[in-house]
Write a protein that binds this ligand. Structure first.
Ligand SMILES: Cc1cc2nc3c(=O)[nH]c(=O)nc-3n(C[C@H](O)[C@H](O)[C@H](O)COP(=O)(O)OP(=O)(O)OC[C@H]3O[C@@H](n4cnc5c(N)ncnc54)[C@H](O)[C@@H]3O)c2cc1C
Length: 241
């Protein structure tokens, strides 16, 4: 479906005072439904496709909120070029303004048959994984869920408060973080999320399913690492952008 959606909330993350990421909460019609892991496309009449100005420049954005929460959805925008839709929504739209939303689309999502689910994100790749984790926890999931989250610096710890709350309320959920450009304040770890994965003592015979999202280079590296550890391809689910 396609609808005009009001911005209900915006939380900004800045790097040296320049907006780098914005988490936006968008109003949705009552009948709007999606599965955790799916994405929507966002657009606005003011942002045309430069290659075909009769059309809008749409941008695909994973839904980060839980599918059980009705009436709104949440997106994590990594702010791109000044011509693009993420820049426009980040810098030119405020709470109360509207944008166009199309969707939901996509088949990235949690499989039912697992003993443990491991989520691996880099940067804004946390978005679809947040929908999966919060969706599972809200529906009473008791199997083990673990998140490994890598990001640039401490200012870019997206969903910090929410992740601590999940861990406090749910003994089956835990997370580990690492920063690439400086030691993480939480645990002093510096490097890539792959460095955290290499320290794990996983047995590939365990029924673990992996859900990975982030930049193509990181996702490819992580998938290869898991395959080298012996995990079968059909246990490794990923999306990259
Ligand atoms: C399934 C999926 C899920 C995704 N989820 C997310 C997410 O949750 N968060 C997130 O931040 N990103 C996500 N992405 C990536 C995002 O869709 C792209 O980065 C998208 O291009 C951002 O749109 P933008 O208009 O801001 O482009 P920009 O980031 O500004 O630019 C990206 C490319 O588009 C070109 N471009 C920019 N403006 C125009 C224009 N007006 N006309 C023609 N070309 C233009 C640029 O030259 C550049 O090549 C996802 C991608 C996919 C496929």
């Amino acid at each position: 479906m396609e609808f005009e959606s009001k911005i209900l909330k915006a939380v900004d993350y800045r790097e040296e005072s320049v907006l780098s990421d914005r988490i936006v909460t968008l109003e949705t019609p009552k009948e709007f439904e999606f599965k955790a892991g799916q994405f929507v496309m966002i657009g606005h009449d003011a942002v045309k496709n430069k290659n075909n100005p009769t059309q809008l420049k749409w941008g695909s954005m994973s839904i980060a909120s839980s599918p059980q929460k009705k009436g709104f959805l949440e997106l994590v925008l990594s702010i791109g070029s000044p011509d693009g839709i993420t820049y426009f929504v980040g810098n030119k739209r405020q709470v109360g303004d509207t944008i166009k939303v199309r969707g939901p689309f996509g088949v990235f999502g949690v499989r039912e048959n697992f003993d443990e689910a491991v989520f691996i994100a880099t940067g804004t790749g946390i978005a679809p994984l947040m929908a999966m984790i919060s969706g599972l926890l809200e529906s009473g999931e008791k199997r083990k869920l673990k998140l490994f989250f890598g990001f640039k610096n401490n200012a870019k710890f997206l969903y910090e408060k929410e992740l601590f709350e999940f861990a406090k309320k749910n003994p089956n959920f835990s997370f580990e973080i690492i920063c690439s450009r400086e030691p993480a304040k939480l645990n002093q770890k510096q490097g890539y999320v792959q460095d955290l994965l290499r320290q794990q003592k996983w047995d590939p015979k365990q029924n673990i399913h992996f859900y990975i999202c982030g930049t193509p280079a990181a996702v490819t590296d992580i998938v290869n690492l898991l395959k080298e550890t012996g995990f079968p391809s059909d246990h490794i689910h990923f999306e990259q952008w």
